[in-house]
Design a protein around this ligand. Sequence first.
Ligand SMILES: *Cc1c(COP(=O)(O)O)cnc(C)c1O
Ligand code: SF4
Length: 373
Amino acid sequence: MMPRSVRHPAWCDVSDADWSDWRWQLRRRVRDLATLETLIAVTDEERRGITGRVGTFPFAATPYYLSLFEGPDCPVRRQAIPHADELLTTPWDLDDPLGEDPHSPVPNLVHRYPDRALLYVTHNCAVYCRHCTRARKVGDARTAPSRAMFEAAYDYLRRTPAIKDVLVSGGDPLSLSDDRLVEIIAALRAIPHIEIIRLCTRNPVTLPQRITPALLEALRPYHPLFVSTHFNHPRECTPEAAQALNLLADAGFSVGNQMVLLRGINDDEPTVTELGRWLLRNRCRPYYMFQCDPVGGTAHLRTAVQTGVDILDRMRGRVSGLAIPQLAVDLPGGGGKITLVPDRLVKLDGKRRVYRDAFGGTFDYVDAPLDDS
Ligand SMILES: *Cc1c(COP(=O)(O)O)cnc(C)c1O
Ligand code: SF4
């Protein structure tokens, strides 16, 4: 049985067995304004956001995730409920910011880097994150991949031996049944040159009940399996989420976190540090801190690139290096990910390089003293 964090009063009488059942949580997702109005005091901006986004990018939240919502500025609520600001557009917004579609040799398989590919396996998610890079597809049943598309993707992977690493993504792959997910993982594992498989899932955050002993047993034969999850804020760090991460680690998964910097939600050093520490305690390694992609509807959530660099600058030296993620920008148009680091070089004087440390001191490093040049 899952440990318990808070529950919204509307679900206080639900049995623990139902509440801990991921299928119950998925069936009871809140997906429309009328139901939401009965649960929280919806603001005008949220109402306009929900109405304005109907038909473009839906909203949905599990009872579990919704129970974490507090007031309108709540960092959990703001990730899940559309806001009127989503209707703002800028000339730099893109539908497919990472140029995934032009980099798909077959539908739903993105092959951008020589040795890696990303497979889109479902359009469903437990919660639709307002900052989703794939808002153009996710939540839209018309983008659900067909059996024939899966076969074409496996075929491409089979005849492309350079691919060593496959990301199983979506949508959230854990929206699929255990059987269907295992079928996909088994098909990938049967391709000899695929070395590692990554499951990209937000369920430890939005539906931790999904991480069941049965699922973990069913996946055990297919290691090495990695999990990339997506915690963005310490308020998401509940006893249930901790248990999900520990179950994954116990079952042999290597678990990493990919957060997205979001304006006014998690774009400050204390928040990123607290999140990183909690993740490590629960055996999940902070991996990436992403600059929010310029996808339409996210202009109000995007931070300045320098904000992320400054966060890293303040973390280095003060917190376990294991807790510090890499800051990544996924270049619009399909350039792929680049990482940014704070500039620590203060002065270059022949072989003498002057660096500043994390606390404002400067230190000399004499470069390769025996080299002639
Ligand atoms: C992010 C991404 C990967 C994985 O990149 P890593 O830096 O290895 O984590 C692979 N393929 C695509 C299309 C991606 O967007
Ligand atoms: S879980 Fe992932 S794919 Fe689904 S809406 Fe959130 S960011 Fe997008």
